[in-house]
Each structure stands twice: as C-alpha cells, then as structure tokens.
Design a protein around this ligand. Sequence first.
Ligand SMILES: Cc1cc2nc3c(=O)[nH]c(=O)nc-3n(C[C@H](O)[C@H](O)[C@H](O)COP(=O)(O)OP(=O)(O)OC[C@H]3O[C@@H](n4cnc5c(N)ncnc54)[C@H](O)[C@@H]3O)c2cc1C
Length: 289
Amino acid sequence: MFPASFGYVAARSVEEATELLTKHGEEAKLLAGGHSLIPAMKLGLAAPRYLIDLGHVPGLSSVRVDGESLAIGALTVHADVASSEIVRQRLSGLAEAASVIGDVQVRNRGTIGGSVAHADPAADFPVILSALNASFVLVSPSGKRTVPADDFFIDFFTTALVPNEVLTEIRVPLPASGAGTAYAKLGHPASGYVVVSAGVLVNRDASGRCASARVAIGGLGSGPRRAKATEAALQGQRLTPEIIAAAAAKAAEGTDPDGDTYASADYKRHVATIYARRAIESAVRRAEG
Ligand SMILES: Cc1cc2nc3c(=O)[nH]c(=O)nc-3n(C[C@H](O)[C@H](O)[C@H](O)COP(=O)(O)OP(=O)(O)OC[C@H]3O[C@@H](n4cnc5c(N)ncnc54)[C@H](O)[C@@H]3O)c2cc1C
C-alpha cells in the first residue's frame, strides 16, 4: 500500500526539530530509522502530514561513558548497540537484546530511540531498559527533562513523551562490579517480535547474596512489567538454582495477558517463568565472572 502524501523536512538540529514539532503539533511525526513508522503509514495506521527527519541531526548516535552511566544517543542503530565494546563488557544484557531484534536490515536501520518512543508492547529494548533502570532525556522548546523507565512506558504505544518533545539520549546506570545483566526472548517465529521476554539486573553483595534485583517481563501486557514478586524473592538470598527457580515461578504474578492465535494467555504466563529463570541464571553466572 502507498501512504497518504506528506511533507518532509530534514531537521539540522534538535532545536529545529522541536520547533517544527511545536509548529505542526499532532500533524507532524519525527522520523528516525523508519522501520516502525513507515510500515504503519503504508498500512494506513498513521497518516502524518509532515515528517521531520532526525537522520541529519549531528551528535545523536554515539555510545559513551558519562560518569556512572552509559549515554546512548537516540539515533544509535540496534547493530551499533549490539556491537559496542563497552555495552558488551558492562551491559551484556543490553547487547543481547539489541542482537535479537528483527533481522540484519532492521538492526542496521532501526534506532534505539525510535524503538522506545514507539513503545510497541512486543519490542525488546523497553524490557531490558526497564530492568537496567534506564532513563530517557527528553528535549522540548521549554527545556530538558529526564524520565525513568518505570514512568516512561505508559500504555500500548504510549509513553511520557509529549508531542513537541524529542528523545535525545538513553542513560543506563553502569552496574557495579559483582553485578550481572541478561536478556532472554521467545520470539514469534514469523515476525521475530517478542512473544514473551525477560530482562534482568542482579547485584550481589560481598558475601555473594543478592543485594538487589530488577526483573522486567515483556509480552504480558501493554509494555514492560516489573516482576516485583520475583525481585522480592531474590533479595537477600543466596543465588542457588532452587532459589532462582522459586523466584522465577512468580514472574507472571498479577498479570492478565491477552491470548492470540500463536500463544494463549496461560502459555505466555508459563513461558514468562521459564524465560525469567533463564535470564536470572545467566545474569548470576555473569555476576560470578
Ligand atoms: C520486519 C521488522 C521486524 C522487526 N522486529 C523487531 C523485533 O524483533 N523487536 C523489536 O523490538 N523491534 C522490531 N522491529 C521494530 C524496529 O526495531 C524499529 O526499528 C523500531 O521499533 C523503531 O525504530 P525506528 O528508528 O525505525 O523508528 P521510526 O519508525 O522512525 O519511528 C517510530 C516512532 O518513534 C518516533 N520517534 C522516533 N525517534 C524519536 C525520537 N528520537 N524522539 C521522539 N520520538 C521518536 C517516531 O515519530 C515514530 O512515531 C521490527 C521492524 C520490522 C520492520
């Protein structure tokens, strides 16, 4: 299908992009990698009158250490997140998530900022970024604000972004030594999108017990969902296979996912416990070095 006709502007700066968004309001959409927006336009699910291309804005596609955090530019493509040396060394769960998104073409064009702004309930980055306690830097003509992942993902395809804001950077706290991260995904065999996935950050104390854990599950609702009962069951415990399995068994507590032609609601809930266990085990192995 052909999309409805639209105007196109290549923004040269974040400031110009926010000004154009303010001028055109809800009639305008930012364009990043185009791998969610263009298909939606071709299907008639979106019909913006203006596309504001961020692709020519300098300085939005780097991965750098900034103090105690990793700062990832919103235009960084999935493949560059997956292959970044610092991401692979310090945040292997994030590299793992980036490397299982779509196919090579999607990973070379799609951007981390576009993925989180789009907030598809079957996307990978929102899940691992919630587990990693990431935050999102949003810029508008009235200034800059930083929103933590727990407050950013609001509903199906809905985030804390307001219409004239640009997401410029994703900030991920660098885990302390003795911590481990991991991501495990059951992808849909046709689309590759998430059926169910789990992102995990485990911090161990000097005695090897779990000092704290963040576990986020994808596929059970409108967006990433913290598995608080699992996190509580890990806290303060020795991370034995039995403790991990018992904690992971709580991963779907309180969820009420929709079933679909591929996976029933019960199947999704069950698979969530399996993938949570796998991701926790993997994070713990990495934490143990
Ligand atoms: C065949 C195929 C398979 C895929 N498989 C997967 C998969 O397995 N897992 C997965 O997670 N994703 C998958 N995707 C989606 C892919 O990751 C997209 O690239 C991603 O969701 C959107 O990123 P983008 O840069 O292409 O954004 P775009 O499509 O350009 O934009 C998406 C939305 O975000 C907004 N936006 C973009 N950038 C910003 C910004 N900086 N600030 C504010 N708003 C912004 C746009 O206005 C638009 O509304 C797949 C896509 C395709 C086509």
